[in-house]
Design a binder for this molecule. Sequence first.
Ligand code: NDP
Length: 322
Amino acid sequence: MRAIRIQEVGDPNVLQCVDVPTPEPGPGEARVKMEVAGVNFIDTYHRRGWYPMPLPFTPGVEGAGVVDAIGEGVTEVAVGDTVAYGMSIGSYAEYAIVPSKNLVQRPAGVDAQHGAASMIQGMTAHYLACTTYPLKPGDTCLVHAAAGGTGALLVQMAKLRGARVLGTVSTEEKARIAQAAGADDTIRYTEVDFAEAVRDLTGGEGVEVVYDSVGITTFDKSLDCLKPRGYMVLFGQASGVVPTIDPQVLNQKGSLFLTRPTLASHMLTRSELEGRANDVFNWIAEGKLEIRIDRTFPLDDAEGAHTYLEARQTKGKVLLTT
Ligand code: NDP
């Protein structure tokens, strides 16, 4: 089969397409014949070595396809099931071996592209809006990169929960995308001081929660956007890693809460995984959640997909087709 292999960490050109033996599923595993693999920012962290992986490895933590073989003891899926999954490495390939506990059935109304796109960005937006800080009517949140893959889904889910949403974006085109997703106000954070803009837009009060996936360029000012006892939710680092912080800062800025959550600890049981996935799939089927497929690249151009992502071009989901 064809698969992307990373022999050494580095720039996007380390994503080489090679022929490798088709793997066999072990106990508790299924083999998925991939239709699409999702491209996520975490894949660039693996490729760069920011999240170290044993070399060589096949990147990609999200995908959708059809179960084509199962190992011993698998009960969650059967051969022929149409499935989607996240949080299992190796999706940039024609076949992937996936722990069966990570697989969810894709309902009829959700195709492979939308199924794959739901599993990292959709599930992440779900736990951020519903669990990390459960938004409620009357809350105001700030969503950074509000036109991005995760950002635009988080904006929609925040609106579904009745919150007011302020969204940061880098371009006018992205402002239109964030507004179409439901953002009440957008802030061009590459042009203006976003903390000042948030103060202006909230009558000086600040917001209950900041969802920050941008990292080093936004972290400090994000703290200044919060109300006393507000929630700073740092869930990514698209612009670079946030350095160590002094906990006293949280005291000085008003008894703030800081968390650095990850999806892995929000799909701990089968019922939690299926509950979140069902919400996301149902919202798609009911027309309440729009997943914007931005671009698809062929598997052998994973390099192009990463270059596109890191050039800050994405306006929705990026996928690889096998
Ligand atoms: P996006 O589609 O959101 O792309 C990242 C966006 O970040 C860009 O579109 C850009 O928007 C903004 N950005 C700001 N500065 C930079 C920069 N220097 N380089 C590149 N982009 C920049 O990607 P994803 O939806 O895949 O991921 C978004 C974030 O969410 C990532 O940080 C990722 O790690 C995180 N994540 C975290 C998870 C978790 O559980 N903790 C799970 C899934 C994703 P603009 O041009 O408008 O500034």
